[in-house]
Unconditional design. Sequence first.
Length: 141
Amino acid sequence: TATTTAAVTTTVATTETTTVAESAVVTPTATATPAPAAAPAVGGTVRATSLSGSLPEQNDQHFLGLEPDSRDAQVTLRLTFEPQDSSELARRLNFWVLDANGFNQFIGGSDPSDVAIAAGNRVFRGLDNERVASFRVVGSG
């Protein structure tokens, strides 16, 4: 089963919600990060199509392992943040989707935008506080 890691990072206080269109096993993963970060919380496996949490401190990051329930799944990740009218958050908040190789490169110091297989993007005529990435996970499930 392939595991994809989604890294969410921010530089200011926020609340974020990640929505996964495909039902997935989400395993929070504690790991060292190149940027200063609070000690990550480690939890068990969660089966959900939606998760919410907060990134209260500057440079906080969440790492989630995603495993689709079905083979060759199309996965859509949606990140929303509050307050939605914050131009500073809109400018600085994003997420990246990394496969195992990309995650190892990130841990080794690579910029996540250089090794990501997908990244959060603004949706044309979408909400200012929303970022979306869609990708196909081939052969999993």
